[in-house]
Design a protein around this ligand. Structure first.
Ligand SMILES: *Cc1c(COP(=O)(O)O)cnc(C)c1O
Length: 484
């Protein structure tokens, strides 16, 4: 008898488990969704009053969370109240107008709506056939960007090259390294490959080389001139020396707008070296590339017509929330040869006919999101002129800030001001600069980070958040003056 009862209970439970009941109906989604948009809009209105750098300590959030997940459904209101009470204090507010650290990761209203639409459509755009609009909008917007930034024609989709959206500039660098290696397939011994970047090249280059199977000893660091730009003569010397040693230089990464100081490597001179000694030239403009939307800032494109690949991030300074990194190649064949793998279950007529782009062959992963939507929304809602005004406003604020630093007796500029990035230091040395940085960040009033240049600790002022206005930059300067 008892045994039969247990069986019935177990049977009822398993029947319940088999029928899924959505905890949020479409109508509930509608109202929670409207509230979420209000939450975000309210957040943007109050974010300037929040401490920019999260003031929590390691483990604070985890110790406030239950150790196990809930067995039954929880009310949406309870979840959102935990967002307010537990999550927000653990946020470093990248959208604060007082955020001047690293580089910006700016999120504008149209980009956030594009992100939401992409999530709602829930498209997986690995093939043209898995959502033609996902692929074709991306191709189209990437061609628009060639026009808007006045990039070389070789990066347009109509010829042998083209562009795509990667998750990050790091992925773009890795794809470039793999394509560069593929271009000389069969002509090298693995151990002989050598890649080159300056001492200020982004760390993603070394990481990309390591992922591609190179040892650190196969990656050369080229020294820089007084302005922290790669010394092209030194690059030529290093490559010649490697060739004389029986090595095979295959990849050079140059940077326009380095992470530390925004320095511009001499792309034309580096391209000469790459042409003479037959290496792939990848240009990393993750931060600075988008500045070319303004015609007077197109020096950022100098020499680019000779690059094999190019990367720049709308997700830093062009109003598009992370992730949205553009990657262009002049010749897509080596990349496709390196990355195209077509299993039976992905075969389809459109691919077989060769008339479409399948972007899975342009990146590491198979699956991909519909990222072009948010960039398309950003471009259309601002227009080219709106984007130009945005970039120009930050460049003007940076120039003004640099002039004030230059005029202050206790501070000095350390590198030429680069677009919206100012690198400077207190004249009293490293510990003074660390103290100033730490007191600003602990105050919550603003957030600044540092770097090392000429073996000195240097402060970086990176202007570029969507809501930063002149008064926010002025307030930071007052803080600096007070701490001097
Ligand atoms: C930020 C930055 C990167 C890395 O960008 P991700 O998109 O985060 O990978 C690479 N290069 C430069 C010059 C950068 O400033």
């Amino acid at each position: 008898m008892r045994c039969g009862h247990h069986l019935l209970v177990a049977l009822a439970a398993s029947l319940r488990a088999m029928s899924y009941e959505a905890p949020m109906s479409n109508d509930e989604f509608r109202s929670a969704g409207h509230e979420m948009i209000d939450w975000i809009a309210d957040y943007w209105e109050r974010v300037d009053a929040l401490p920019v750098l999260s003031q929590t300590k390691p483990g604070d959030l985890r110790s406030a969370l239950p150790t196990s997940p809930p067995q039954g459904p929880e009310a949406w209101a309870d979840i959102m109240s935990d967002v307010d009470e537990l999550i927000v204090p653990g946020i470093t507010h990248w959208q604060s107008p007082n955020f001047f650290a690293y580089f910006p990761a700016n999120a504008s209203p149209p980009s956030v709506l594009g992100e939401l639409l992409s999530a709602g459509l829930g498209v997986q755009g690995m093939l043209w056939a898995t959502s033609p609009a996902c692929t074709e909008l991306e191709t189209h917007v990437l061609d628009w960007m060639v026009d808007m930034l006045d990039l070389p024609d070789r990066f347009r989709s109509g010829g042998s090259g083209g562009g795509t959206i990667q998750d990050s500039a790091s992925s773009g660098a890795l794809v470039a390294i793999l394509a560069a290696r593929e271009r000389i397939a069969g002509q090298f011994r693995w151990d002989d490959l050598v890649a080159y970047g300056s001492e200020h090249a982004h760390s993603s280059m070394l990481k990309g080389c390591k992922i591609a199977g190179l040892r650190e000893s196969q990656v050369r660091t080229i020294s820089c001139d007084d302005n922290f730009a790669m010394d092209a003569a030194e690059l030529r010397r290093a490559m010649r020396e490697d060739i004389a040693d029986g090595k095979r230089p295959f990849f050079v990464q140059a940077t326009t707008g380095t992470t530390s100081s925004g320095a511009f490597d001499p792309i034309a001179d580096i391209a000469d070296v790459c042409k003479d000694l037959v290496a792939w030239l990848h240009v990393d403009a993750a931060f600075a590339g988008v500045a070319a939307v303004a015609p007077e800032l197109r020096f950022v494109n100098d020499g680019l017509e000779r690059a094999d690949s190019y990367t720049l991030n709308p997700h830093k300074w062009l109003l598009t929330n992370f992730d949205c990194s553009l990657f262009y190649v002049a010749d897509r064949q080596p990349m496709l040869a390196a990355l195209s793998v077509v299993p039976e279950y992905l075969q389809n007529a459109a691919t077989d006919d060769g008339e479409v782009i399948d972007y899975r062959d342009w990146q590491i992963s198979l699956g991909r999101r519909f990222r072009a939507l948010k960039l398309w929304f950003v471009i259309r809602t601002h227009g080219v002129e709106g984007l130009q005004a945005f970039i120009r406003s930050h460049v003007a604020m940076a120039e003004d800030f640099a002039a004030k630093i230059d005029a202050h007796p206790s501070y000095e500029l350390v590198a030429p001001t680069s677009l919206s990035l100012v690198t400077f230091r207190h004249v009293d040395g490293d510990s003074a600069n660390e103290r100033i940085r730490d007191s600003i960040n602990a105050s919550g009033e603003a957030y600044l980070t540092h770097t090392r240049l000429n073996e000195q600790t240097v402060l970086r002022m990176a202007i570029g958040a969507v809501r930063t206005e002149q008064r926010h930059v002025d307030a930071l300067f007052s803080l600096l003056a007070m701490l001097a």
